[in-house]
Design a protein. Structure first.
Lengths: 293, 327
């Protein structure tokens, strides 16, 4: 770098150059990841923006606390709900959290065109998109992992078998990582396309809550018609049915009308990963396009 | 069709005889969007100091900057910025350049202070360095108390300053300023131009500044690159554009009647001339003719009061008038 000597004279106007260290892309991406994660919970933003995420989080934690209280006081031999089943029961709250907070990370930069300022800096469009997606994934994972961890601590407190609980917790967290990536990818892509926050939330609610309802209805009809395979296929179309189906295939007690068997769990996993990959590609293309305008 | 600029003219363009490596070099840079030719075979070299990039709207100015930043891929040709190839070392380039886009790019619900700190960190500065630099740069661009207010309530002038601050916060070695005076009132425009001049000269940061207004770049830039419809029209030191044309401007006391009388008499005396505003513009006289003496004598004979007799200078606008002479 030394071949470019500054010819300018520094006057007492006080401009000082910066000679300190400049971090590489990995550190910059980490900073962006942490900032994004904080912003999804309204931290470092206005007081108003903290309300919704924390209200939703509290609503999903309260039932877990009640369950813990019941288990500890009544000395039940098992938790009344499996960890993945608890996630399934609170799916409305989790969907709302993802739908409401995805625009924070994926609409704002595009809508106000500050994406151009990011892309004129060291992070490339793919790295930027992936870092944003990781922030949202981590935020959703945190949202589901907090009540799960509370349930786990409660189970230990009640003296339930430790190895059973650790086993259940690890399975649950693995499934939650996949679920969080799916939810983040879908809501992120929707938010990056419909830049108005209201439309983005409505779109995400449609994709997560309405589609999930439709899938459940199809599965219910499939069981009454004795065509379970149709229900299994329908399960590929919602992150929730993928999460629940995989949990069931993994010997976890979750209410699933048409449990996937044989090679189907593999198909569920593959579809989940393909959807996440497609969302990443879609986001990169979207950021590139807006960034070059 | 424009010809590629030869090595000789490239050297003339480079770095104002400071002997420094060029800041930007392009060779045959071309960008086509379908049938729209945004840039055609652009070969140009930009040195240190302030370089003006001039052209009408749609001349390819922003396209050139976006290609140099790696935001757009060229259809053809190569370019390097600060010695880094744009295709191979785009990340390294973006570490050491700043960019102030033409359009609005500020989130309205964040304060300039927070935003500039965040942008400094996105350029790789540590947390405390980012805060220090942001405070420093915001002071330099002239955002004082306002910097703690959300940017949504800013005037256009304040927004332009905040945009400039984020482009400078990581102390780049080169900044691209895309239409920084757009939408500013005359006073704010002068402030911005002075600031640009200081960035190029006092801060020691090379500046490539675009404008569709030729007059303002005349004031601040050391060097001007003129684009027209994606083609390079001319690239040379600002002084070359403004150098004396050899014409003489003569003004006499009175109205257009006196002006015309003088013009006719000068023509009779063998000097070709034409009216220009209240003055008579005399073409460069043939060698051996003492034009000044002839003008004095003619004025004296007609009894006209000679008010002004000065050499004429060129203007950036002239480049467009003889637009056929493409480089």
């Amino acid at each position: 770098m030394s071949e470019y000597h500054r010819s300018g004279v520094i006057h007492d106007l006080g401009y000082h150059g910066y000679v300190g260290p400049r971090e590489g892309t990995a550190t910059i991406a980490r900073t962006l990841f942490v900032t994004g994660l904080r912003h999804t919970y309204g931290l470092g933003r206005s007081g108003k923006s903290k309300v919704l995420p924390f209200v939703l989080l509290a609503m999903s934690v309260v039932p877990a606390l009640i369950v813990v209280g019941v288990v500890v006081l009544t000395k039940l031999p098992t938790l009344p709900t499996s960890y993945p089943n608890y996630v399934n029961q609170t799916q409305l709250l989790i969907s709302l959290f993802a739908a409401a907070q995805a625009p924070v990370l994926f609409s704002r930069d595009l809508r106000y065109r500050s994406i151009v300022l990011y892309l004129a800096r060291p992070l490339s469009a793919p790295l930027f998109a992936m870092t944003r997606l990781l922030s949202l994934t981590a935020a959703i994972l945190l949202f589901t992992a907090v009540p799960t961890t509370l349930l786990f601590l409660g189970a230990l407190l009640a003296g339930l078998d430790v190895s059973d609980q650790v086993n259940g917790l690890l399975k649950a967290l693995t499934l939650q990582i996949l679920l969080a990536a799916l939810l983040a990818g879908i809501t992120g892509l929707i938010s990056s396309i419909s830049l108005r926050r209201g439309f983005a939330i409505v779109g995400s609610v449609m994709a997560l809550i309405v589609v999930s309802g439709v899938v459940t209805s199809i599965q219910a009809i499939a069981t009454t018609q004795d065509s379970d395979n149709l229900g299994v296929v329908a399960g590929l179309f919602s992150p929730w049915s993928i999460h629940n189906g995989l949990a069931r295939a993994w010997d976890v007690d979750v209410a699933v009308l048409t449990p996937p068997e044989g090679a189907w769990p593999l198909a569920y996993s593959l579809v989940a990963m393909l959807v996440v990959a497609a969302c990443v590609l879609g986001l990169v293309a979207r950021f590139r396009k807006v960034g070059s305008r | 069709m424009p010809q590629r600029v030869g090595a000789a003219s490239v050297r003339r363009v480079t770095g104002e005889s400071t002997g420094l490596a060029p800041v930007i070099e392009t060779a045959g840079l071309t960008k086509h969007y379908g049938s729209v030719h945004a840039l055609t075979d652009l070969t140009v070299t930009v040195g240190h100091g302030v370089t003006g990039l001039v052209g009408a709207n749609g001349a390819g100015k922003s396209t050139l900057i976006k290609i140099l930043l790696g935001l757009l891929e060229p259809s053809k040709g190569q370019a390097s910025v600060l010695g880094h190839d744009i295709e191979l070392a785009s990340t390294q380039i973006r570490q050491v350049v700043g960019y102030m886009p033409e359009h609005d790019c500020l989130p309205p619900d964040v304060s300039a202070s927070d935003f500039v700190v965040h942008m400094a960190r996105m350029s790789g500065l540590g947390a405390s360095a980012a805060r220090e630099r942001a405070a420093d740069v915001l002071r330099h661009v002239g955002l004082d108390e306002e910097r703690y207010r959300p940017m949504g309530g800013y005037s256009t002038g304040m927004k332009q300053r905040a945009k400039l601050a984020q482009a400078l916060v990581h102390d780049p070695r080169l900044v691209f300023l895309d239409e920084p005076t757009n939408g500013l009132d005359p006073a704010a425009r002068n402030d911005m131009l002075r600031l640009i001049q200081r960035i190029g000269n006092d801060f020691g940061i090379a500046v490539l500044v675009t404008s569709h207004l030729l007059g303002e770049l005349e004031q601040v830039s050391d060097h001007v690159v003129v684009l027209d419809g994606g083609h390079l029209l001319r690239s040379s030191a600002t002084g070359d554009f403004l150098k004396q044309t050899g014409n003489l401007l003569v003004e006499v006391i009175g109205t257009t009647t006196e002006r015309d009388a003088l013009g006719e008499a000068l023509a009779k005396a063998g000097l070709s001339c034409r009216p220009r505003g209240p003055m008579v513009a005399v073409d460069p006289p043939p060698p051996g003719v003492a034009a000044h003496d002839i003008i004095r004598d003619v004025a004296a004979e007609l009894g006209l009061g000679l008010m002004r007799l000065q050499p004429d200078r060129g203007h950036l606008e002239d480049v467009f008038l003889d637009g056929g002479a493409r480089v």
